[in-house]
Design a binder for this molecule. Structure first.
Ligand code: ATP
Ligand code: MG
Length: 871
């Protein structure tokens, strides 16, 4: 067998299948597309499901890929087994209703024996019990019948719930007796390391029906998976996947940085080294695909992996951060096959650095706390850490629960996962409750027995409509009517009022009929029903009434300008800052807009200018803004930006500004970007780790800002008794004057101190042959006193000074000794302890100078006299 590098095996595989007329697909992103069943792509076939299901057309009926995979389920195996990583690459060939078993097995054998040089007599295959067809094909391809092992459903039949399923056949390589358990019946399926599974071929030929029966698929499929790292491990004859060429290079980096030797064994340090080696690969690839560390979903997986790696680095004795540096090696060995790693290198490394820095800042404290918890568990004889404390570690110190568990486990303890969840939920509830109590009307639709149809929203097209009152909610109960001066919630059959949502605020407006008039406070939408919270100014409203509903177009227009501008801003950000920018939150009202997005560092002044200019450019291009309803698949073809993780229905609303910005959005917009008038950035700040916020205004908002700035300048000029033209010079002159006055003042103070020194010497006394100066001051602060004592020391020796700076409710003492006294063994720090004690304080300091506070100014005299006793 040839000794091939990992990158070479990948190339040969893809080339081989290309020669068999396969389309060579690029690895899909680790983030699944339109697939809520998995968090992260975990196999070669996962991103191809729509091709197998027939909902999308593949580029060709034969395809092959090398797919990046993450399996979080294997995280506890990593480092402990020879064959698991959280990250790995899966090679696969696929047939969407084209070729079947014969070609799949035949080409598999051809590739292994002719292109990789596997000896046929080292190969084994497992097949599903009664899959005679597969057995025959194996024999036809030269497999020794004694190497074909029949296994049951749990081993060789692939199915998930209902739908397509079928038998599979796994190819094993016999690594030799020396790897084996020695049992006479050892064969594929045995737990030992002799037979290594290298390739699984799945023959999807059945469909499982509701009644449990299996029907034949008209067009059976092929789906195979071969772990690239494991293949390299076999071909390079290494002990584990961590010794494979490219991965070993990363592992060596860990050893260099930590100075710890890798012994290929089961020592704790070996395990840590393998964990870091795997995790650095996982995080580098995840970040390249746009995953950001966070406390939820994929972001949490990334955070967990990154923090776990950082912690194992510490266990190896690495000081400071190291992951960013280590990621270089991942990019070096995988960059050619995955160019996105090179393209996004700076970005990837910044995210790693920020997250590792953040973690490092709290980890020490957190570790201390965990150790304290462990001591208390030992004392109380408990085995489990309660959920409250586990949650505190998570909430305050950023310890993922799994990390806490891992640290506990090493000492033989566990954590109460249920209790952790309860605490997590309680915190969420508290947050929700505080949001709710801020609401004016705390009603809950779920608690009312409402029987009304969904509200028809007509507000995209008109701002005025007539609606029938279907229900009235008052004091959180259904009611027949609402009277003057009361607040309540109205539900209509249709409405032009936009309900708060997608970051856009409720429309403002009125509900009226004759002289009945109600003002809209807010409109909320739940399960398609619009709830209008109103305040009734005049008359009464009863269920069944027909009312006029009118939106104030001034506010609506201003809000629309800001909403469309938000779309332009997002597009500009993605163009100028990078495509990793994703919306993380947004708020649009008539006064302005706020847009939160994923990015790891402040945006530079220059880029901000560029962004503002780009948005204004697009406004002045007068781009038409067109909204269209269409199937989600079509929207995707247009490249519409969708909210990450948001659920969309079959049909979506697409807002398209001149083909430049295309977003899925339910909000209200201008008809032409020109209506926005003007766009001005107000601020750019950080709101959370990896999330930035931009605030901006448009149209009349820009004018308002300009006017406000102008007014501010006028006020400043007035305050300086100047005018707009002269104000800058005026302020400069003031500053100059101020500076020279300050200097003068310091001079005067210095002179005053000079005479102070003379006075002090005059009033000194002699104790034990030492000149003693004690004095209390009310007009000098402690810094002044230090200067004063330095001045004395300049000209006098053999002198001990104790000063007190006294204010109304406290006193600060300074003890200062000339050097010759210090040499004789006097110690200012020790002296001041006793002096300050008398005035109810404490402190200390060095031998030549010390400082201390006291709480009782009335004891100052007594304290200063005590100096004589001390000396
Ligand atoms: P195992 O039982 O060893 O965990 P598996 O049955 O989960 O493997 P499959 O789901 O059949 O594996 O995945 C197909 C191939 O992907 C495997 O044959 C193996 O080569 C590779 N593979 C699976 N999990 C990992 C992993 N955690 N690290 C590296 N390679 C893996
Ligand atoms: Mg597995």
């Amino acid at each position: 067998m040839e000794h091939l590098g990992l990158n070479e095996i990948r190339k040969r595989f893809l080339n081989f299948y290309e020669s068999k007329d396969h389309y060579v697909g690029k690895s899909a992103s680790l983030i699944p597309k339109n697939d809520k069943s998995i968090l992260i792509i975990n196999s070669g076939m996962a991103p191809l499901k729509p091709y197998f299901a027939g909902t999308e057309t593949p580029p060709k009926k034969r395809m092959c890929t090398c797919q990046k995979c993450i399996r979080t389920g294997d995280i506890d195996n990593v480092g402990h087994t020879a064959r698991h990583g959280t990250f790995f690459e899966m090679l696969g060939n696929f047939s969407f209703g084209d070729y079947f078993k014969k070609e799949s097995i035949g080409w598999g054998v051809e590739f292994l024996t002719e292109h990789l040089g596997f000896p046929m007599d080292k190969l084994w295959a497992t097949v599903y019990l009664d899959d005679e067809e597969a057995i025959k094909i194996w024999e036809d391809n030269g497999m020794d019948p004694s190497h074909i092992v029949r296994l049951g459903k749990e081993d060789n039949f692939w199915e998930i719930g209902l739908g397509p399923c079928g038998p599979d056949s796994e190819i094993f390589y016999d690594r030799g007796e020396e790897f084996g358990c020695g049992k006479p019946d050892c064969k594929p399926g045995c737990d030992c390391d002799r037979f290594m599974e290298i390739w699984n071929h799945v023959f999807t030929q059945f469909s499982k029906e509701e009644d449990g029966s299996y029907s034949n698929l008209a067009h059976p499929n092929i789906d195979t998976g071969m772990g690239l790292e494991r293949m390299a491990c076999v071909m390079q004859d290494t002990l584990s996947i961590f010794d494979v060429d490219t991965i070993r290079y990363i592992l060596d980096g860990v050893c260099e940085m930590s100075g710890v030797e890798y012994t290929d064994g089961d020592k704790d340090s070996d395990i840590s080294i393998r964990i870091i080696t795997d995790h650095i690969r996982a995080m580098t690839f995840m970040i390249a695909d746009g995953i950001m560390p966070s406390n939820e979903g994929r972001g949490y997986v990334l955070r967990r992996i990154l923090r776990r790696a950082a912690r194992h680095g510490r266990l190896l004795g690495i000081k400071g951060t190291f992951l960013k540096e280590l990621s270089n090696r991942v990019i070096e060995v995988s960059g050619e096959a995955y160019p996105e790693l090179i393209e996004k290198k700076d970005y990837i490394q910044k995210i790693i650095q920020v997250e590792e820095d953040n973690f490092n800042q709290t980890i020490d404290k957190g570790e201390e706390i965990i150790q304290e918890y462990i001591r208390s568990l030992v004392q109380s004889g408990e085995k489990e850490l309660d959920g409250e404390r586990a949650f505190k570690l998570y909430d305050t110190y950023g310890f993922p629960l799994e990390l806490t568990e891992e640290i506990l486990e090493a000492k033989g303890f566990t954590a109460d996962e249920e209790g952790f969840k309860v605490n997590m939920q309680a915190q969420k509830d508290r947050a929700r409750a505080s949001r709710k109590s801020n609401d004016e009307e705390g009603w809950d639709a779920a608690e009312l027995d409402l029987n009304v149809p969904k509200t028809e929203f007509v507000g995209y097209d008109v701002l005025k409509a007539e609606g029938n009152v279907l229900a009235i909610i008052k004091d959180q109960k259904l009611s027949e009517s609402l009277f003057e001066g009361e607040k309540g919630v109205l539900i209509f059959d249709k409405t032009p009022f936009y309900a708060e949502g997608g970051g856009q605020v409720t429309d403002k407006g009125v509900i009226f009929k004759g002289d009945v008039l109600a003002e809209i406070i807010k409109v909320e939408k739940k399960d398609g029903i619009f709830y209008h919270t109103v305040s009734l100014k005049n008359g009464s409203i009863a269920t069944g009434d027909t009312m006029g509903l009118a939106v104030y177009n001034k506010y609506r227009n201003a809000t629309a300008r800001n909403h469309t501008a938000t779309h332009l801003l997002q597009k500009a950000l993605r163009e100028i800052v990078g495509t990793h920018v994703e919306q993380a939150g947004s708020m649009v009202n008539e006064n302005g807009l706020r847009f939160d997005f994923t990015h790891f560092e402040p945006i530079s002044e220059e880029q901000l200018k560029e962004i503002e200019a780009r948005v204004n450019e697009k406004i002045l291009e007068f781009l038409p803004v067109v909204t269209t309803e269409m199937p989600i698949s079509e929207a995707q073809k247009l490249g519409a930006m969708a909210l990450f993780g948001e659920k969309y229905g079959e049909s979506v609303r697409v807002v398209n500004a001149g083909g430049w910005s295309i977003e899925l959005c339910g909000g209200t917009h201008v008809n032409n970007t020109g209506e926005i008038g003007c766009f001005k950035l107000m601020s750019e700040t950080g709101v959370a780790s990896g999330v930035r916020r931009i605030e901006a205004v448009t149209g009349t908002g820009v004018l308002a800002i300009a006017n406000a700035n102008e007014a501010l300048i006028t006020r400043v000029a007035d305050a300086f008794k100047s005018n707009k033209k002269a104000i800058v010079d005026r302020i400069r002159t003031h500053i100059e004057e101020f500076k020279s006055m300050k200097k003068e003042l310091e001079e005067i103070k210095k002179q005053a101190m000079g005479s102070e020194v003379d006075d002090l010497i005059k009033n000194s006394r002699e104790i034990n042959g030492i000149r003693v100066i004690t004095s209390s001051f009310t007009d000098y602060n402690i810094n002044d006193l230090r200067t004063l004592s330095d001045d004395v020391k300049k000209n006098y020796k053999n002198t001990a000074m104790v000063f007190a700076a006294v204010s109304e409710d406290k006193v600060t003492f300074l003890t200062s000794l000339t050097d010759d006294l210090v040499e004789k063994g006097y110690h200012a720090g020790n002296m001041i302890k006793q002096i300050a004690k008398i005035a109810g304080g404490g402190g200390g300091g060095k031998a030549d100078m010390a400082q201390a506070g006291g709480k009782d100014p009335s004891k100052v005299k007594e304290a200063l006299e005590f100096v004589d006793n001390l000396l």
